[in-house]
Ligand binder design. Structure first.
Ligand code: C2E
Ligand code: MG
Ligand code: MG
Ligand code: MG
Length: 275
């Protein structure tokens, strides 16, 4: 039997898989040089107040400008960075550079803008996080309400006893927090009441399915109602059509982000929007 499973295991090594393991190893090596080699860049995606139509914040989204492979999406390297631990340094780089960009926009006298940053579990549970954030904001002379940190349900569920402590400490220094991609993970509404978070970002799968299934509208509305009772600010992700935006306008949803409003743009393009 051992012989048989051994044979089966061997069969798993198709050319395709062999290639992908090689590619993974190679990407891993290349990613180490990407930070020092200035190959990462940030895009910014506007988040608007649905009722006034005004810009409220931007989400910083990382891109890898690879010298030979071209622009690589974070969905292709963030999981690998998490596996190898490089995410730690990447998140730090994003935090610093996105906040620095925001400080520059503030210096130039543009309207106050909250910068939203995605944090991996590694950074969220980093004992130095709160201290580092506080130090960075003071160095840049940025008020804490200019920063929101986004974490997924998966992250917040990892070490539940520490989660509340970290969120409470972030709240103490005045930084806002978002539960990102809400509805894709545990989607348990009951654990929400124990989490001292500021915002709930409804995952784009709910928004894109709004009119595909008649039951989705009421589900989304129920989430909004509950969230508003818990004093959570709701942000809808992935708004791609005017119909979706109109639906959100009629409900308790206050903020929206998505292709219909604006795709992620470069810092220069963002500055043009600010002007
Ligand atoms: P996320 O935090 O949920 O970010 C939203 C993603 O949805 C972005 O993908 C954005 O480009 C995309 N998106 C926005 N509007 C629409 C829309 O209307 N339709 C569709 N189909 N997509 C839309 P992106 O930039 O590829 O990022 C993917 C994920 O990678 C992010 O999901 C986040 O989890 C992660 N990520 C991105 N930047 C960072 C970072 O700096 N640090 C960490 N740790 N993770 C990051
Ligand atoms: Mg996000
Ligand atoms: Mg999200
Ligand atoms: Mg998402």
């Amino acid at each position: 039997n051992a012989k048989k499973s051994g044979k089966n295991n061997f069969q798993l090594f198709t050319t395709e898989l062999y290639d992908s393991i090689l590619l993974k190893k190679q990407l891993e090596q290349e990613m180490k040089f990407a930070l020092s080699g200035n190959q990462f860049t940030l895009c910014y995606q506007p988040i608007i107040d649905i009722h006034s139509g005004e810009l409220s914040s931007v989400e910083a989204l990382i891109r890898w400008n690879h010298p030979t492979r071209g622009l690589i999406s974070p969905i292709h390297f963030i999981p690998l960075a998490e596996e190898t631990g490089l995410i730690y340094a990447i998140d730090e780089w994003v935090l610093e550079n996105a906040c620095r960009q925001n400080a520059i926009w503030k210096e130039k006298g543009y309207q106050p803008l909250t910068m939203s940053i995605n944090l991996s579990a590694r950074q969220f549970y980093n004992k130095e996080l709160v201290h580092n954030v506080e130090k960075l904001l003071s160095e840049l002379d940025l008020p804490p309400e200019f920063l929101t940190l986004e974490m997924t349900e998966g992250t917040l569920m990892q070490h539940t006893s520490d989660t509340v402590q970290v969120l409470t400490n972030l709240k103490k220094i005045g930084v806002k927090t978002s539960l990102d991609d809400f509805g894709t993970g545990y989607s348990s509404l009951s654990y929400l009441k124990n989490l001292p978070i500021t915002n709930l970002k409804i995952d784009r799968s709910f928004i894109s399915d709004l009119f595909l299934d008649r039951r989705n509208g009421p589900i989304v509305e129920a989430i909004f109602t509950l969230a508003s009772h818990l004093d959570l600010t709701i942000i809808a992700e992935g708004v791609e059509t005017v119909e979706q935006l109109e639906f959100l306008k009629k409900t308790n949803c206050k903020f929206a982000q998505g292709g219909f409003i604006s795709s992620p743009v470069t810092a220069e393009e963002m500055e043009a929007i600010l002007k």
